[in-house]
Design a protein around this ligand. Structure first.
Ligand SMILES: Nc1ncnc2c1ncn2[C@@H]1O[C@H](COP(=O)(O)OP(=O)(O)O)[C@@H](O)[C@H]1O
Ligand SMILES: [Mg+2]
Length: 250
């Protein structure tokens, strides 16, 4: 379980995340929705320390990481916390000069000190899982966007993180390529991987999410299970947001 307590992130003195309190249960999928600029990406980036929170704490089970301005975490703490989560970006972020296989084995070999042989065995199993067994020796530029994103998911899984963070994983993709990526994410959900997904695809969110968070202007306005947030939103802002994104089509 991941517990975020009183998390604040400020850039140049301006608070972008304001006192975030939320729990992500083990084995569940949480979808984060909210308007552009509300802090969704910043929250994900804080969870794996691509951004350092200004204050507050993040706990993975019983291990608590507390952030205080002027008192940075130790390097060991940073590395430990980072290894607990894998990030899948909107723009894939594969290493362009490495093959698919090399993209996947790099982290396990360098960070986890896995042998190359075992990293390769694992990479090929993951490629099969995301339906790309025949692409191991290709370079990213030889792949479609949907294939690139599936490689990025395999790369994140290779690190065996406790949680996978997806930041609008399909928003750079055409609708038909989007589906192949959503199918992979759906299969991870059915295996009870712990996932946090930022998406604007509310139909997908509705199908996959155990829990939904609506965030606006750096605040969590509303949280609950899918039925609560999508069918009976308690806050006017949530209702307005859902109406804007076509709740009436459900
Ligand atoms: N590195 C940064 N420096 C300054 N401001 C930032 C930085 N990253 C994000 N922001 C600001 O934080 C706010 C939230 O951004 P973001 O988390 O990307 O929102 P979202 O993902 O919900 O669209 C925006 O106003 C954005 O300009
Ligand atoms: Mg964003």
């Amino acid at each position: 379980m991941i517990r975020v307590t009183n998390l604040v992130k400020a850039f140049d003195g301006k608070e972008i995340l304001k006192n975030i309190n939320v729990t992500f249960p083990q084995g569940s999928t949480t979808v984060i929705v909210g308007p552009s600029g509300s802090g969704k990406t910043t929250l994900l980036r804080c969870l794996n320390l691509l951004e350092t929170p200004t204050s507050g704490s993040i706990a993975f089970d019983d291990t608590i990481y507390t952030f205080t301005p002027n008192e940075p975490l130790s390097t060991a703490q940073v590395l430990n916390l980072r290894r607990k989560s894998g990030m899948v970006f909107q723009s894939f972020n594969l290493f362009p000069h490495k093959t698919v296989e090399q993209n996947i084995i790099e982290g396990p070999i360098i960070v986890k000190k896995q042998s190359k042989a075992s990293a390769l065995v694992q990479a090929h199993a993951l490629l099969e899982k995301v339906g790309l067994s025949d692409r191991a020796q290709h370079y990213p530029h030889q792949l479609s966007g949907g294939q690139k994103q599936r490689v990025a998911i395999a790369r994140a899984l290779a690190m065996e993180p406790e949680v996978i963070l997806f930041d609008e994983p399909t928003s750079a993709l055409d609708p038909e390529l989007e589906q192949e990526v959503l199918k992979v994410i759906q299969s991870l959900a059915s295996e009870h991987s712990t996932m946090i997904i930022v998406t604007h695809n509310l139909e997908f969110a509705r199908n996959i999410a155990d829990f939904v968070i609506f965030i606006e202007a750096g605040h969590i306005v509303e949280t609950g299970n899918v039925a609560q947030v999508f069918e009976q939103p308690q806050h006017k802002r949530t209702q307005e947001f859902l109406n804007l994104f076509g709740r009436t089509t459900y």
